[in-house]
Design a protein around this ligand. Structure first.
Ligand SMILES: [Zn+2]
Length: 210
């Protein structure tokens, strides 16, 4: 019997994951509505229900990996920013800006810390802001985190993820890196703001719209 390898290559492109939106949505629902894991309030349940049913879409993203090869990753984002992200990632790919991996957060069983430790690039993730009790823009699919290990979140005395390696230039986003500067300018061209510009904390991995 011939077995097919699912996560394989196609025309030299490495396919990172191949979820359908229906499959992913099911995985999100199972995790968010699992009472043992999350004791969501009615308000939280309604929010998650609405965002999964009407606001989010799954898009296929071409990108250059740390292995310098062309990958195809998947991002779940708000449908209002899907065109932006398609255009931005096309340009990032032309720049050959390296990204370690883009796969839906569901692979991490919703463990945000683990996904950041593994240097995962993603958009939608239902959670609160790191520094407040408000819903994060990731909860709406309006924010994107890129290569968290090279681009950590920094506040007074705290760096996240804890395995951050800021000295690594591959995939780093700073004004002082020629490639990083182009990445920042590219997002701004599409009207996105960058967490590295924030004054009180620095969130170098983070872009959001508006
Ligand atoms: Zn973020």
């Amino acid at each position: 019997m011939i077995t097919t390898q699912v996560f394989s290559q196609q025309n030299d492109t490495i396919i990172d994951s191949r979820y359908t939106w229906k499959e992913l949505k099911k995985i999100f629902e199972t995790a968010y509505f699992d009472v043992a894991k999350n004791n969501f309030s009615e308000d939280q349940k309604q929010f998650v229900r609405r965002i999964l049913d009407s606001d989010l879409v799954l898009i296929e993203i071409p990108y250059t990996g740390f292995d310098k090869r062309i990958h195809s990753g998947q991002i779940v984002c708000n449908k209002l920013v899907a065109t932006d992200l398609n255009n931005i990632f096309k340009e990032l790919s032309q720049l050959r800006f390296p990204i370690e991996q883009i796969t839906p957060v569901s692979q991490y069983d919703y463990t945000y810390n683990k996904s950041n430790d593994d240097n995962y690039t993603y958009c939608f993730d239902y959670r609160k802001e790191t520094s407040s009790n408000k819903r994060s823009n990731h909860s709406y699919g309006f924010a994107l985190d890129i290569n968290p290990v090279q681009n950590p979140y920094k506040s007074a005395g705290k760096t996240f993820p804890s395995n951050a390696r800021e000295q690594l230039s591959t995939g780093r986003i700073r004004y002082t890196d020629p490639m990083g500067q182009k990445v920042i300018e590219l997002f701004k061209k599409y009207g996105w703001s960058w967490g590295g510009d924030w004054k009180s904390v620095k969130d170098y991995m983070h872009f959001q719209k508006p």
